[in-house]
Design a protein around this ligand. Structure first.
Ligand code: SAH
Ligand code: SF4
Length: 406
């Protein structure tokens, strides 16, 4: 068999499909929401301001609706001006919102200081029986992503830059300001927007800390989900230092050959090691890990795939979430049919693995991660799309043959 797993092929698939415009100049002033409380206190004391000003600033930042320092009415004029010189109250320069699912899903495309675009999504779940209503915000951690999963719109953009702490937190503050108008609150935050959170772990951990700090945003730590494609060093840091957050692992394939194609990071951090680390997290915290599994017709949805997945996570506190592939990226693939997904779920449940099937929300507004930003970046060249499709078909077929012959 001729192997396509050569360096040039790998490079061809790793190259971003879409070429983004160069970035503009960054605003040197940090976003206020990215500062720790003691940093705000130190800044105030260096200006001989009374300590209670910190509380006033925090009230505006975490409970208020102001977007510029000029609107901070409880502060004296000179302090407002000094704040504006040194900081930004909001790092999101401009936001475009689209609604779907009768308004229960809203998607935002945020423009950052340098013109980079990132997305966040609000999903409202009304109260049901004894369950309270929820408002889940899905946020981005990077502009683009270097992992390059071929079914993902963000992956097609390639990596542009890390978001800083304030840029991450400000996406949640954006939705809280909107929800606040209806006297509602953000109840859950998931790092499932653009980017690989654990390749920007410092900023992501600092943002999660700000969101879960009772003196700042005040969300329960367990209601913050960090989703990773399997960045082992970041997972180790999470286990050791931040076990109070919830971990989700994007698996998409249990068989190594196939996962090399679907989640190219598998070459660096093999699936066995990633699942072992997730298992340690579950054992140590007593809380289950969610494995995300995008269902792609005829690629990763066979009975053999289900059994391989069951074997891989068996014995762990684990839950599998099956996600029909959103038809967003320039792939040769389709979502699995509902019937195939049900069969796959049945096999997992039969093997004792808790499994749910996720309903894709907001498909019509491109709620899959990165789709709006990818659309804005422009259409890729047709020959590049054709070449990529061809390579993906060959690579995924090879992966199927390789694991069948083992
Ligand atoms: N980079 C992180 C978090 C952001 S991606 C990660 O991969 O976990 C968040 C989730 O969206 C992942 O589980 C990812 O696989 C999924 N996703 C990406 N593209 C998708 C598509 N076309 N259809 C359905 N889910 C998709
Ligand atoms: Fe990056 Fe996650 Fe998309 Fe993969 S699925 S390219 S890791 S954002």
């Amino acid at each position: 068999m001729t192997t396509m797993d050569s360096q040039p092929v790998r490079e061809a698939l790793a190259r971003p499909l879409i070429q983004s415009a160069p970035a503009g100049v960054r605003d040197p002033r940090p976003g206020l929401a990215g500062l720790a409380l003691n940093e705000v206190a130190a800044w105030l004391s260096s200006r001989n301001q009374p300590a209670y000003r910190a509380r006033q600033i925090a009230d505006h930042l975490w409970r208020g609706s102001a977007r510029t320092t000029g609107e901070l009415r409880t502060l004296p004029q000179d302090l407002r001006e000094a704040l504006a010189t040194d900081f930004r109250l909001d790092t999101l320069v401009d936001t475009e919102v689209r609604a779907a699912d009768q308004g229960t899903t809203e998607k935002a495309l945020h423009r950052l200081d340098d013109g980079r675009l990132v997305e966040s999504v609000l999903m409202r779940y009304p109260p049901r029986g004894w369950r309270r209503g929820r408002a889940t915000v899905c946020i981005s951690s990077q502009a683009g992503c270097a992992v390059g999963c071929p079914f993902c719109a963000t992956g097609e953009l390639g990596f542009m830059r890390d978001l800083d702490t304030a840029e991450i937190v400000d996406q949640v503050r954006f939705w809280q300001r909107r929800l606040g108008e209806d006297e509602q609150h953000v109840t859950n935050v998931v790092f499932m927007g653009m980017g690989e959170p654990l390749l920007n772990a410092d900023a992501v951990f600092a943002a999660a800390d700000a969101l879960s700090d009772p003196a700042r945003f005040g969300l329960g730590a367990r209601h913050i989900v960090i989703s990773t494609s399997g960045v082992l060093p970041g997972m180790e840091r999470l286990i050791e230092l931040r076990p109070h957050y919830t971990l989700a692992v994007s698996l998409h394939a249990a068989r190594p050959e196939l996962r090399d194609v679907l989640v190219p990071l598998n070459r660096r951090y093999p699936v066995g090691d990633v699942v072992a680390a997730a298992g340690r997290f579950a054992a140590q915290t007593g809380r289950r890990v969610t494995y995300e599994y995008v269902m792609i017709d005829g690629i990763n949805d066979t009975a053999a795939d289900a059994m391989a997945l069951a074997r891989l996570v068996r014995g762990q506190l684990a839950h599998v979430n099956l996600i029909p592939m959103n038809p967003v990226a320039h792939t040769p693939w389709q979502a699995s049919s509902r019937e195939r997904i049900d069969t796959f779920a049945g096999l997992l449940r039969g093997a004792g693995i808790g499994t749910t099937i996720r309903r894709n929300r907001g498909i019509e507004i491109g709620a899959a991660c990165g789709q709006l930003a990818a659309d804005r970046a422009g259409e890729p060249a047709p020959d590049a799309v054709a070449r990529r499709r061809q390579l993906l078909v060959i690579r995924s077929t090879e992966a199927l043959v390789a694991s069948a012959s083992r």
